[in-house]
Ligand binder design. Structure first.
Ligand code: FE2
Length: 285
């Protein structure tokens, strides 16, 4: 890791704009280690065992038991377009994976040691998180040709705390461009109201996405593409609207994301992500 403390300019930018881009945050060795660990997970993927598709364009009806279980495990999710109407793979298995999550930091040594780096905790502390707890880790593949769109959303829709305390750390493990589906967000919209809540009724084990505020999503003019080279870190807070478009290029766009929240915030019991059996993962300890 190559970067030290944030400058006062960077801190001000984060407060005013709701996000921060730190290019070359990962050094070459760390980047290679995370990519290798990702490739190992993909090579261990057994398509006969994993048929859960991840999509965000159907009001999240696709979220199922595999998704809930993934809070404490390492589960594979497929691209929507990777399966035909008979449930057969339309692409090679290693090209079918949409994402792998959400407890890489608990189960995979390379991700565990990465998340334990003191620099990550120091960064979050500098941004005001006194006791950062890591809730999820996820590899997002955005496969060439079929990598699906992730519609406009705010992370607090899915990871809700009182008060609002979740921060997303988005690491580019490959170059992210407009063509391969880079992240788009709306600078300054981080203090806009939360538009939707996704709540799970644990009696019926069904999740429901509900509109809670009619504030429109940012316009095309308000959104900016974060085209960043591999090794970059993008940080943003949980009310920041963001999306990424489908990848119709021939380049994949691998990213690793972490979501942390301060220990003092109340984690909502209706969040899909619950960790009843794993100890809290305190960053920097
Ligand atoms: Fe997100």
């Amino acid at each position: 890791m190559t970067k030290g403390a944030l400058s006062s300019h960077q801190l001000r930018h984060y407060r005013q704009q709701g996000f921060l881009v730190l290019e070359a945050f990962l050094d070459a060795a760390t980047l290679a280690s995370l990519r290798n660990a990702s490739a190992e997970l993909v090579s261990a993927f057994n398509p006969a065992q994993h048929r859960s598709v991840f999509r965000t364009t159907d009001q999240d009806q696709g979220r199922d038991e595999t998704f809930f279980r993934s809070a404490e495990k390492v589960e594979y999710f497929l691209e929507d377009e990777a399966l035909d109407s008979n449930g057969e793979l339309t692409v090679a298995a290693e090209r079918a994976v949409n994402k792998i999550g959400h407890a890489l930091h608990d189960h995979i040594p390379a991700f565990r040691s990465f998340c334990q780096l003191p620099l990550l905790a120091a960064l979050l502390k500098q941004l005001g998180m006194a006791h950062p707890v890591l809730w999820q880790t996820m590899l997002i593949f955005k496969q060439p040709g079929i990598g699906g769109e992730v519609r406009w959303h705010q992370d607090a829709t899915y990871l809700y705390t009182e008060p609002s305390a979740v921060m997303g750390l988005w690491f580019a493990l490959e170059d992210a461009t407009r063509d391969n589906g880079c992240l788009w967000l709306a600078p300054g919209a981080h203090d806009s109201p939360l538009r939707e809540r996704y709540r799970v009724d644990w009696h019926t084990r069904r999740g429901t996405l509900e509109t809670i505020h009619e504030q429109p999503w940012p316009t095309v003019e308000e959104a900016v593409p974060l085209e960043v080279p591999a090794g970059s870190l993008v940080l943003f807070s949980d009310h920041m609207p963001h999306y990424s478009s489908a990848n119709r290029s021939d380049q994949s766009r691998l990213a690793l994301t972490l979501h942390a929240a301060d220990r003092s915030a109340h984690w909502d019991a209706a969040n899909w992500l619950q960790r009843p059996t794993l100890a809290p993962f305190l960053l920097g300890t």
